[in-house]
Every structure is written in structure tokens, then in C-alpha cells.
Design a protein around this ligand. Structure first.
Ligand code: H79
Length: 592
């Protein structure tokens, strides 16, 4: 056990990123910080928060929330906390600072927010104590640019939230932008001169604001669960060491986010809004949004449904991580009603099946399955069904451990479901009517620790999507790409592109039911493209389709798997702009 605790998990994150739409010189890696994680014996206790928690509330709330992406009568589309930026409203520092006089979030109710998080099934809250705009959302003694001293509101919402979290049994952590400060002289991307017109450097900001504020947020509000540093950029390593030291001294049980920089944090945060497709080792989290922006944006009504939230939560936990979901309260302090509604609805499901989410581990398949995803606790598998197979048959490819019994959760009378094996497959027959309307869950009790043969199963009962990320590739490039859909709104993909003649992306698949399957491809590219799909030693199909600059799905045709069992399937790009053609996924649907 001690040995286990001492086990060091070393994880180097390599992100190969392309950024479209904005010209900027800094690498995204540097923006989010290169994160080399070491989980040491001493960190094990801190790691408990993630081991058991798995679901948390993120809150972006600040002076920018008062603007809500509507400035001087004009709407700006993108992440609201970046409204000052030159690619958004381009607000001069002095003008932004004047907004404090209008910021009066009188409807802020810490208890209501903490209750919402608890009702949602979240275990702790991380809130912006200071974002890149430099405005402190708590009572700071070192800078008057804070909510207590500078606004008509005059209250310390963090004090109120600390109390409310305590009474609801929630942990509380603070987001603190340690490198960037756009309004304090010397801060990252901030003014270069101080009030006397003297040139100042980062040290000036660090010594006069940053260090003291980290001291404040770790001493003024009782026990902290996390200090969430972000975008380390060019902050010197010794400063990060000192900041982490301050957290350790004042809050020995608090986790420090990986975005502190220089591998000095306790865990890894993936790219913003990134739910990974493949299991990730170590302790890590995904940070995500309920709509599109982090901070409140008046027009932002593109909400994730409760089912989508649960899907992203279960997928993150199923990949081995913790899910932190953001809400952006408005300038008056209230949480948008739809955000609250979605969170509560998802929370009702979690309360029905808490054992599926809390304290569970990653799926032995290491990726999603066609009908949903899996979490694990000891010898139990929790099969969460997001796409119900029409015939009620749940198929598990490659499960090597014997199933003792299977039953549907959430029903009064625990009834054993029929389980059969066929080749490498385990087949479970679901009951004809299921009362769970959002995400039904089947629990499998196994004879031992789950073991899985990592082959891709082609499911005859529900569409099977296989990602290019999992292909073996020759004669093409397999690369990760992250891009912004709107300003600051990230999307991530691993694609296969830069095809050469004869290049192939291949997967080992296992077919349960022989016959014809329709094959679609999701790709982007330029103009018309001819794609081929091959079964090694079997059929070859090809077809020309159009393409678009964003990822879209096009049909290629039917392909025949003559008997059950293993095949090697390959995709190749045959004609068209081979260098630009970028494959994301292939999809198989059984043709009845
Ligand atoms: O707090 C949220 C974001 O404001 C913050 N992290 C999450 C949790 C964040 N700050 N910076 N970044 C994320 C990444 C920076 C991206 C950039 Fe850009 C790309 C900086 C310049 C180009 C997007 C476009 C943001 C500004 C311009």
C-alpha cells in the first residue's frame, strides 16, 4: 500500500496544436502551461479530492460579468472574461477600471449557489478570485481594485461563499491568474508603466500584488480545496515555486492546479473544454462549460442538455479523470435559470446512481463504446447507456472476465438480466421497458478485476464510431489539433491528414454479426475527395464526396463482413487534395 502511494506517476503532456483565426505568437502549450505531473507520497492525501469527488463546479464571475459581452451597445462573441482583449471590445485599462462604479451584484446569494452545487451532485466549487482582468472578487488589502473597496456592493462574496460551502459540506477553491494581470503595472499582458509613468517589470507586479494576494486567498477563507492557477506564460520558475510554497504553508491539504506551470502543480488539467477519447494516466481534470462562454454572455443560450452533461461527466470519469463544469453568474449575481435547471436535472440522475460517479475508476476498454460508457468500482462495471440499442441488446466486445450477474439499476426489484457469450462478445438482453428516461445503467458483477481485449467491436445493434485517433497510420500524419470555434472557445481533435499515395489508417475490428454495414466518414478538406475503405483480404469500396472546411460526415457505401470475427479495416485517401484531407472518424451501421 505504502509502495502504491509512493508510486510516482510521471506524465508529460505533449500537445501539438494549431490555432486558426487569430494571429498570436505564443504557443498554446505555453499559454496553458507545460504540465509534468509527479504524484508523490505527500500528495496522496490531496489526491483524495479527485479520487472521491469526480465532479465539481467551476464559476467564472467578475467585473466582466457585468458587461456580459455587450459593451457600449455592441455585442461581442467569445469568452466573456476576455472582453477587454483587443480582439473583443478592446477596452482601455482606465476605462475598464471605471466600471467598478456600476458593478453591484445585489442578488448574489452564496447559499443558493452552494445549494445548487450540492443539488447538482458536485463536491467542491472553484471560483475566480482574480481573473486576467486583475479585479479581485474578494477583499484584498494590497489592491483597492477589489469588490469590497471599489464597488457599491461593498460585500466580500468569497467570505459568504466559504461559509455557504461549509454548511453544504462542499470544498472551496480559488482560481487565481498568477501570470496575467491586464490592469496592474508589470502584470502579464498588462500596462508597462506604473502610476508615476515609470517603466516597471513583472517583478513589480509579482511583489506588489500577486504574491500578497495568493497569501490572502490562502489565509482569509478557511480551508481551501484547490488553488487553481492558470496560463503560466512567462512567469519565472522561482516565482511559481514561491507561490506553491505559500499554498503548501497555508493550505497543506489544497491541490495546486497543473497550470501553475513548470510541473509544480499536483495534477494535470487538459485543454479547455476537452473531454479526452482515450484513458489518461495520473490525476487530471477536464474543465468544461454549460453553454459556450466561461463568463456570462448575454446571448449565450447554447446549453448542453442534462444528458450531454452526464455524457461528458461519465466519459471524463470513464477515461480516469475529474469533471469540473462551469457556470457564469450574471452581473447582478444570479445564476442563469437555464444553467441552474440543467445542473439540477443532471444532479437528480447522479443522486439515483451515486455509485456510478463517485470513487469510480476508468473503463477497462480505455475508450467509449458504441452505446455509451463504463465506470468501474472493484469487480463491478457500470454500463451507462447513452444511445439505447433499438433491439434492447447491449454488446460488450472483448470482455475476458466472467460475468457473475447483470442487473438494471434504479428498479425496485433487482432482476437478473440474461447474459450470453458469443465469440469475443458478451451480450446482455435489457428488459422491454425501462423507466429511467435519461441514462439507464446496468451493473455487471464480475468474477474478478475486469480484463478486456482492446479490439474495436463493430456493434450490429447501434451505430459504431471509430476515431482516427486510434488508427495505426502509414503514409499519412496523425496529429492533434485544437482550434477556436468562437473567440476562446476550444475544440479538439486527433486527425489523420497529409496523406501520401498508398497511405492508410487501419484498425483491428471484431464483427459480431456478419453482413453489410453502411460506412460513413467524418472528415474535412478541400473540394471533392475520393476515399477508399478496405477489408484486408476482402472487399474494397470507394466513393467520391464533397468536403467542407469543418468536419462533416459523408457516406461512402456498404461493405460486407462475410463471417463473424476479426478483420483489419483501412481507410485511404485516393484522389483530391490529399495533403488537406483530414479524417476524424469512420462509422458503421448494420444494414438490416
Ligand atoms: O478562465 C478560462 C479562460 O479565460 C482561461 N482558462 C479558462 C479556464 C484561458 N486563458 N487563456 N486561455 C485560456 C488560453 C488562451 C488562448 C489564447 Fe487567445 C489564444 C490567447 C490568445 C489566443 C483566445 C483568443 C483567447 C484570447 C485570444
Amino acid at each position: 500500500m505504502i509502495e502504491m502511494n509512493r508510486m510516482r506517476i510521471l506524465l508529460v503532456v505533449l500537445m501539438i496544436l494549431g490555432v486558426d483565426g487569430f494571429a498570436f505568437s505564443q504557443d498554446m502549450d505555453k499559454m496553458w502551461g507545460e504540465q509534468v505531473m509527479k504524484l508523490k507520497a505527500a500528495d496522496a492525501e490531496r489526491g483524495q479530492l479527485f479520487e472521491e469527488g469526480n465532479y465539481a463546479m467551476f464559476i467564472h464571475w467578475g467585473l466582466y460579468s457585468h458587461i456580459g459581452n455587450l459593451y457600449k451597445g455592441k455585442s461581442y462573441y467569445g469568452i466573456g472574461e476576455w472582453i477587454m482583449n483587443r480582439n473583443m471590445a478592446n477596452i482601455p485599462v482606465d476605462e475598464y477600471k471605471l466600471l467598478v462604479k456600476e458593478f453591484d451584484p445585489v442578488k448574489f446569494d452564496a447559499n443558493k449557489i452552494a445549494k445548487l452545487a450540492a443539488d447538482a451532485g458536485m463536491k467542491y466549487i472553484v471560483i475566480t478570485a482574480k481573473h486576467h482582468d486583475g479585479f479581485a472578487m474578494y477583499h484584498s488589502k494590497v489592491s483597492k481594485f477589489n469588490i469590497v473597496d471599489a464597488t457599491p456592493f461593498g460585500r466580500d462574496p468569497m467570505k459568504e461563499l466559504a461559509k455557504a460551502c461549509k454548511s453544504h459540506g462542499l470544498g472551496l477553491g480559488f482560481y487565481y491568474s498568477h501570470n496575467q494581470d491586464w490592469t496592474f503595472p508589470g502584470g502579464g499582458n498588462g500596462p508597462k508603466k506604473n502610476a508615476d509613468g515609470r517603466n516597471v517589470d513583472f517583478k513589480y507586479y509579482y511583489e506588489n500584488k500577486c504574491r500578497a494576494q495568493v497569501e490572502e486567498i490562502t489565509t482569509q477563507y478557511g480551508p481551501s480545496a484547490i488553488v487553481w492557477f492558470d496560463t503560466p506564460g512567462r512567469i519565472p520558475e522561482e516565482d511559481v515555486k514561491e507561490l506553491v510554497g505559500i499554498v503548501r504553508k497555508n493550505q497543506p491539504k489544497a491541490l495546486v492546479s497543473g497550470r501553475a506551470g513548470y510541473g509544480l502543480g499536483d495534477y494535470q488539467t487538459l485543454g479547455d473544454m476537452e473531454v479526452p477519447h482515450e484513458n489518461v494516466e495520473g490525476i487530471w481534470e477536464t474543465v468544461d462549460t454549460t453553454n459556450d462562454s466561461w463568463a456570462y454572455a448575454w446571448y449565450d443560450n447554447y446549453w448542453k442538455t442534462p444528458k450531454e452533461i452526464l455524457h461528458r461527466l461519465v466519459s471524463t470519469v470513464g477515461r480516469g479523470g475529474t469533471y469540473m463544469l462551469n457556470i457564469g453568474p450574471q452581473g447582478d449575481g444570479t445564476v442563469p435559470e437555464l444553467a441552474a435547471h440543467i445542473l439540477r436535472k443532471a444532479g437528480e440522475w447522479i443522486r439515483r446512481y451515486p455509485q456510478v460517479v463517485y470513487g469510480t475508476d476508468a473503463s477497462p476498454w480505455k475508450h467509449a463504446l458504441p452505446w455509451g460508457d463504463v465506470t468501474v468500482k472493484d469487480n463491478s462495471l457500470f454500463l451507462c447507456i447513452f444511445d439505447m440499442p433499438k433491439n434492447g441488446r447491449l454488446h460488450l466486445p472483448g470482455l475476458k472476465t466472467k460475468v457473475k450477474f447483470a442487473y438494471l439499476l434504479g428498479v425496485k426489484k433487482k432482476t437478473r438480466l440474461e447474459v450470453q457469450t458469443q465469440g469475443n462478445w458478451t451480450k446482455i438482453q435489457l428488459p422491454p421497458s425501462i423507466s429511467e428516461k435519461i441514462v439507464p445503467v446496468v451493473q455487471l458483477e464480475l468474477d474478478g478485476q475486469p480484463e478486456v481485449d482492446p479490439c474495436w467491436g463493430i456493434d450490429p445493434s447501434v451505430e459504431t464510431t471509430i476515431l482516427a485517433q486510434f488508427a495505426d497510420v502509414t503514409g499519412a500524419k496523425q496529429e492533434k489539433k485544437s482550434w477556436m470555434e468562437k473567440f476562446g472557445e476550444w475544440k479538439h481533435v486527433v486527425r489523420v491528414w497529409k496523406w501520401e499515395k498508398g497511405g492508410k489508417a487501419s484498425w483491428q475490428v471484431d464483427v459480431l454479426k456478419p453482413g453489410y454495414y453502411n460506412v460513413d466518414l467524418t472528415y474535412n478538406g478541400k473540394d471533392r475527395i475520393v476515399w477508399g475503405v478496405d477489408i484486408e483480404g476482402g472487399e474494397h469500396i470507394q466513393n467520391q464526396q464533397n468536403s467542407s472546411h469543418n468536419y462533416q460526415r459523408f457516406p461512402i457505401g456498404w461493405i460486407n463482413f462475410p463471417k463473424p470475427g476479426r478483420y483489419k479495416v483501412s481507410v485511404s485517401c485516393i484522389e483530391g487534395d490529399l495533403a488537406e484531407a483530414s479524417l476524424k472518424a469512420l462509422h458503421f451501421t448494420f444494414v438490416d
